[in-house]
Design a protein around this ligand. Structure first.
Ligand SMILES: CC(C)(COP(=O)(O)OP(=O)(O)OC[C@H]1O[C@@H](n2cnc3c(N)ncnc32)[C@H](O)[C@@H]1OP(=O)(O)O)[C@@H](O)C(=O)NCCC(=O)NCCS
Length: 151
């Protein structure tokens, strides 16, 4: 069953201006090392950051919290599989919120998709709760995608 859905659209030029104005203060506050490494080695640095910014906003909506002052942005982070497919990881407050949302006897899976077409970057996040099997060696309540994703 679907337990959360969120979307966001982000202006790449606004991110570009924020990067110029605030530099590392903005980078380090919002993006993980993995996200920064991906963006900085790409030609479209601002577009790569903008997609990840949109993903964080979309995820906060799917979690039902939306944007709050003092939010720990790095607790929602994107990596990519070898195929390029993005994967959303939640830690800290976002993982706590996901656990609250997840019905008993279920595990949560976060689906994320990103796109950009200058000057816009967009993300959609869907959170699905899957029933846990009765097998003794069942998966943890919140599936970690870390083992399946590469930076
Ligand atoms: C996936 C694909 C359709 C994206 O199309 P596009 O018009 O170039 O780019 P968009 O702006 O719409 O989307 C880009 C985002 O798509 C996502 N994406 C890339 N590969 C993906 C995949 N295999 N599955 C799902 N999403 C994917 C990524 O999130 C990417 O943004 P990011 O790299 O900053 O995370 C295109 O890259 C493609 O056909 N890839 C085929 C697989 C491939 O060539 N893989 C190369 C490594 S094996």
């Amino acid at each position: 069953m679907i337990i959360g859905i969120g979307t966001d659209i982000c202006n790449i030029e606004r991110i570009e201006r924020t990067l110029e104005r605030f530099g590392d203060r903005f980078r380090n506050r919002v993006f993980t090392e993995v996200e920064q490494a991906k963006a900085e080695r790409r030609k479209d640095t601002a577009g790569t950051y903008a997609k990840r910014w949109a993903a964080k906003e979309a995820c906060s909506k799917a979690l039902g919290t939306g944007l709050r002052m003092g939010i720990a942005w790095k607790d929602m982070a994107v990596t990519n599989r070898r195929s390029g497919q993005p994967v959303m990881h939640v830690t800290g407050w976002a993982a706590d919120r996901l656990a609250e949302l997840t019905p008993e006897g279920h595990e949560a899976v976060i689906h994320v998709t990103l796109t950009d077409d200058h000057p816009w970057a967009q993300a959609v996040v869907v959170i699905e709760a899957l029933p846990l099997s009765d097998e003794p060696s069942q998966a943890p309540a919140i599936r970690s995608s870390d083992a399946r994703a590469t930076p």
